[in-house]
Design a binder for this molecule. Sequence first.
Ligand SMILES: CC(C)(COP(=O)(O)OP(=O)(O)OC[C@H]1O[C@@H](n2cnc3c(N)ncnc32)[C@H](O)[C@@H]1OP(=O)(O)O)[C@@H](O)C(=O)NCCC(=O)NCCS
Length: 172
Amino acid sequence: MTQVRDAIRGDDTRERPSYLIRPGRPGDSYELSFHWGELRAPSQMRVLDRYFDEIDRGIQGCQVALAQPGGELVGQVWTRYRNIDPGIADGRTECYVHTLFVMEKYRRQGIARALVEAASTAASRFGRSVMVIGVDRPNEYARKLYEKWDFHQFHATNDLRGDLIFLCRRLF
Ligand SMILES: CC(C)(COP(=O)(O)OP(=O)(O)OC[C@H]1O[C@@H](n2cnc3c(N)ncnc32)[C@H](O)[C@@H]1OP(=O)(O)O)[C@@H](O)C(=O)NCCC(=O)NCCS
């Protein structure tokens, strides 16, 4: 468990739950699969199970956010350390951050930022120094958010994977 945020900060008196960030574990995949909605949950759970297998092989890492109190899994982010398209990240000094998601009700409380910072800390343990993140070109909100976090665009693709923009920054 790496990070806890207080419910209320400064003069902001709105009631908000705190949250906690920890590494994801295989038992999380059922709950995390619902981040894609009920209909897609079964197929996403298979994907997540494969991702969790990859954690054991040092290919990926995962961070999850838990609402406090209650422990509901309200956010996730994944980091790929190896087996990455070399045009996107070299898999030696660079890692690829993907599948960043925070449940709607819990957004705008700094959870995504805390997840990415925790992913950065984990990446440093893997000897990586740069994070790359991909975003669908139409997802302007996410792109602007990443730019506020000092990611800058270095690459773009428009192929079978979609119309994507890739941004990078040194670890936090
Ligand atoms: C993009 C996404 C992950 C952001 O999650 P989030 O937890 O809301 O992100 P953060 O809270 O860290 O930052 C979001 C905003 O909240 C603000 N914020 C952070 N803490 C805050 C607080 N305590 N009070 C008020 N605002 C706060 C941030 O400054 C930021 O402001 P901005 O929108 O003006 O830039 C989320 O919107 C999401 O899951 N979207 C759908 C999936 C998606 O698009 N993922 C990205 C794929 S590339």
